[in-house]
Write a protein of this length. Sequence first.
Length: 102
Amino acid sequence: MFTKRLISLREKAGMSQQEISKRLGIARTTYASYEQGAREPDIDMINKIADFHGVSVDYLLGHDLNNDQAKNDDDELSKILARLPHDKKKLIFELAKNLLNE
């Protein structure tokens, strides 16, 4: 699961292994070995990778399975909201505030 998430996050970021490894301060070959499952990062590197991508360590390691669906739902909601006129967005905003206060 870790390798799939790592590849998916890199691709979503639109970055190459070289770009990510440079940002993380490691060799490209080291990063590539993480993606291939030939090597496992230590806990400090796992935290650094999770922080870099803005995800939890649990998600990165495959323990937060609901995060994929939640992300898809958030993306879909953003697309819908973007298409709404301003007055409808205000209604949605007020509804959301009321739901939070329940």
